[in-house]
Structure formats: structure tokens, C-alpha cells
Design a protein around this ligand. Structure first.
Ligand SMILES: [Zn+2]
Length: 194
């Protein structure tokens, strides 16, 4: 299920991001710009401080991170994924009583080789959409775009799997209407999808 962010962040309509992504730093910055241009009801802001809402880091596939929140204390998380493939892994810290996201961490595939910066940027945009509140299992876009799952990577291009080559290859990143609608519904009061 899509999960809203905590009240303060949701009201601000802005999630702060600490970019700790080593040699992926430039593509993370590019992904932040792309995410903000699309218009998803929420924007991202790159910040230096340790109290950022989202941390972005590289992982060799066994990502470890410790959320450090003034209220929840230190909460360790791990994420196991294939760090040679064109995808990342996002983990959120959710308040179990209020069912709101308090913090998020994005692990990026450290061992991914021979892909262009725009492909890496596409991976990061997909993970930012997860970090903004859309779930791994239920919320992937069923129609189109960078939040479609599974995406197929070949010949330096990303395309929605099973679309018979009819879909336009990414990059540039496209965001499906279903994704835009679900995110806006999370972030904008009384938003109705058309
Ligand atoms: Zn996903």
C-alpha cells in the first residue's frame, strides 16, 4: 500500500535528500532535478545535513543502514538485492501507529557496470518514487513509464517489459499517468485522479 510521509514533511510537500552516493552523486543530483520537473505533488531537495529525510548510498547488494531518528532512536535496516542489475532498493522507516514514513534509505547497485549516466539516473528516479511513498508490490505502474515493473534493459535502453517493442525507450525518463496520480493522491489534499 502507498504510505504517506509524516505530517511535517507531507505538509511541506518537500523531502530532503542526503546524497551519499559516491561516484553516483552526479546522477543522483540529475535524478532529483528530473523528479522535480515531472510534477508529482512533491519535490526533493538535496541537503548536506545528517537529519535528511532520505539517504542515498551505494550497496554491493547487502546494504546496511542505521536510521537515526530523535524519536525512534537507532533502527538498523538491511536490504539484499542484485547489485549488478539495473535497479536499486528502497527501505522506509514507518511509524507503526500512525502508518506514516519517517525516514527512507535508497541503496543503489554498486556493481552495475557499463551503463550510461542517464540509465543510472533512471534507476534513481524509480527509487525516489518508492521513497516518496509508493510500495514495491502494489504500486508499480501497470501501464507505462519508469515506475512500470518489470522494466527491460537491453541495448542501453529501458523499456516496459512485454510491450512488444511498441513503447518508446527511456531515457529520457517518462512517468506513467498511474504513477503521477498515485503520488499526487498521497501528497496533495483532496486530489482526485481523472
Ligand atoms: Zn520498484
Amino acid at each position: 500500500m502507498a504510505t504517506p510521509w509524516k505530517r511535517k514533511v507531507r505538509k511541506a510537500g518537500k523531502i530532503t535528500v542526503k546524497n551519499d552516493a559516491a561516484n553516483w552523486k552526479p546522477v543522483v543530483e540529475a535524478a532529483i532535478k528530473t523528479f522535480n520537473v515531472v510534477g508529482l505533488g512533491v519535490t526533493l531537495e538535496s541537503v548536506a545535513g545528517d537529519d535528511a529525510d532520505i539517504v542515498v548510498k551505494l550497496s554491493d547488494g547487502t546494504g546496511k543502514h542505521t536510521f537515526n531518528d530523535p524519536y525512534y532512536g537507532e533502527v538498523p535496516v538491511t536490504a539484499t538485492f542484485d547489485a549488478t542489475a539495473v535497479h536499486g532498493k528502497t527501505k522506509t522507516l514507518v511509524d507503526p501507529d500512525k502508518n506514516v514514513i519517517v525516514k527512507a534509505v535508497i541503496f543503489l547497485p554498486k556493481r552495475l557496470k557499463d551503463v550510461t549516466a542517464p540509465i543510472k539516473e533512471a534507476v534513481v528516479v524509480h527509487e525516489f518514487i518508492h521513497a516518496a511513498g509508493l510500495d514495491d508490490n502494489k504500486d508499480h505502474d501497470r501501464t507505462a513509464g519508469i515506475f512500470y515493473s518489470p522494466l527491460e534493459y537491453s541495448g542501453g535502453r529501458l523499456v516496459e517489459w512485454g510491450t512488444g517493442g511498441k513503447a518508446k525507450a527511456m531515457p529520457p525518463v517518462r512517468v506513467g499517468n498511474e504513477t503521477t496520480c498515485k503520488l499526487k493522491a498521497l501528497w496533495i489534499d483532496n486530489f482526485a485522479c481523472d
